[in-house]
Design a protein around this ligand. Sequence first.
Ligand code: CP
Length: 333
Amino acid sequence: MQTTNKIQTVSSLIDTINFRGKSLLSINDLSNEQIYGLFELAAAFEPWNRSVINLLPGNVMVTLFFQPSTRTRMSFETAMHRLGGAVITEANPMVTSSSAKEESLSDAMKVISKYANVIVLRHPNDEEARDACNYADSPVINGGFGHWEHPTQALLDLYTLWRTQGRVEDVNVCIASADLVAARTGHSMAYGLARLGANVTLASPKANRTPASVMEKVGAVNGNVKEVFDLDQDSFNEMIADMDLVYLPGCSAPKGAEAEAFKKVMDSYYVRHETLERVRQEQGRTICVTHTLPRRPGEMDLRIDTTPSQQYFEAITYSVSIRMALVASILGN
Ligand code: CP
């Protein structure tokens, strides 16, 4: 009886979210009400995090990843299995699919969407990816497009924040990276945080600041968004001492000759364990730190892993529930 009630709750939440048959390319494809609806639905799915709620039998998800992934691909695939659906994985399409024979992405999407009820696509070129989505006959979920957006990573980080702090509104968040041009998750998260009323600080070198196109949209919905540039490690750590959450979106580090110079810039955004401990001891307050992962040596003190500040591994469990919610809202009922 209890399970029947829970399934009725799930079904009614899916109706309320009203996202059936839609694609998610940007976090801005969702209204604030839909984002909160997905949070409620994800919370309702949490009891099935290690089992199956058989909502989507007969549905197929194709994960088509032109860039490497551990978390995004596997958590979507886990989510689909937990919902009782099936998964076809293409994790290396430039080798094992007809993309290796120069088939265009638009043709590939046209064909694959005849098999799939939903496609999760990751691609290095956001313009090509967005254009190709127009050729798909099934909904498409952006699993990371170029330097543009990674909306489901932001969704899972927003959900983690909502679950752990009980709200997003008025939370003080610093998004920090040595390169906020390339940090696609940083863009999606800035949109989401701003829209849900957080106070957002974007910290980066001025040369690698958040693109103006992102800042314009973020600024239009929230006056409490600011940028700070060219901090050194001391001033960065002083600044984050006032935050509730430090958000490290990571980005692709250059290789070869530029690698050493980039490491020096990264060093300015290093999160010190001592900063978090001092605030905990002096103010009794926990500054949470999350990183979208994978992380690199030199981004944070690894001692943070075993403190209450650590949220990057906590978020992994939440990632399955929120992706279950998204997929169920697209394919369910
Ligand atoms: N956070 C994230 O997108 O990780 P993966 O590259 O492993 O999917």
